[in-house]
Design a protein around this ligand. Structure first.
Ligand code: ZN
Length: 76
């Protein structure tokens, strides 16, 4: 991400949002874990997993996009 690119900017801000969301859910899960609140643990566990997968998915999109950008400029 060393270039002015709207797609990079968009992807990175989505990634930042997803990461923040994941950390927030993870923090709530840890609190529930500390207070042994099983109902909340059961509710949050799949949400944390989904949020983590979302982060990984966006990270993959960033990697693919950057590879494409590099391939595109290789001949220049
Ligand atoms: Zn880009």
């Amino acid at each position: 991400m060393h270039h002015e690119c709207q797609e990079c900017t968009r992807l990175w801000s989505e990634y930042a949002l997803a990461t923040r969301h994941h950390l927030k859910l993870q923090g709530r899960l840890r609190m529930a874990d500390l207070s042994r609140d099983q109902a909340v643990i059961d509710e949050l566990t799949p949400l944390v997993r989904t949020a983590f997968e979302q982060c990984a998915e966006i990270r993959g999109m960033i990697d693919r996009h950057e590879n494409q950008a590099q391939a595109g400029s290789a001949g220049a």
